[in-house]
Ligand binder design. Sequence first.
Ligand code: INI
Length: 161
Amino acid sequence: MPRTLEGHLVDAGGRYAVIGARFNAFVVEKLVEGAIDALRRHGVDTDERVDVVWVPGAWEISLIAQKLAKSGRYAAIIACGAVIRGSTAHFDFVAGEAARGVAAASAETGVPVIFGVITTDTIEQAIERSGTKAGNKGYDAGLAALEMVDLLRRLDADQGA
Ligand code: INI
């Protein structure tokens, strides 16, 4: 049997930041609620240990994800946004920048920055992914944050860090 290292869906401690991109707010508010709910349901005292930071749109996630990750204050950051192709000609730029920025913030700081940004063709698809028939991608992002924080703690312990 190979040795397996993986994160568990538990509260491994630390603070969390949830970034919400206000554009398409009716969808993003549900994603943010979902992310917080995932943390709360796994034992995080969300009143004490979660900060929610709002930005104008998904384009602005990069800068704030960088700043929060660099602050050293958070075990993980969850970026929530909704980029809907139907309502924008610059969909690819906005979605691409959000993805690039989240990946860069994580890679440059070592802090997990979770991509809770949904990219859809239609508003209907966005609604489906924010708490209706396709689940809540914000909740899923919250689970990914818990798992990554626990995994990093385990790897640190494993490597004697
Ligand atoms: N921002 C989003 O988060 N989602 C979108 O679908 C979107 N559209 O459609 O354009 C969007 N645009 C705004 C962008 O993120 C910036 O806030 C804006 O360009 C100012 O820099």
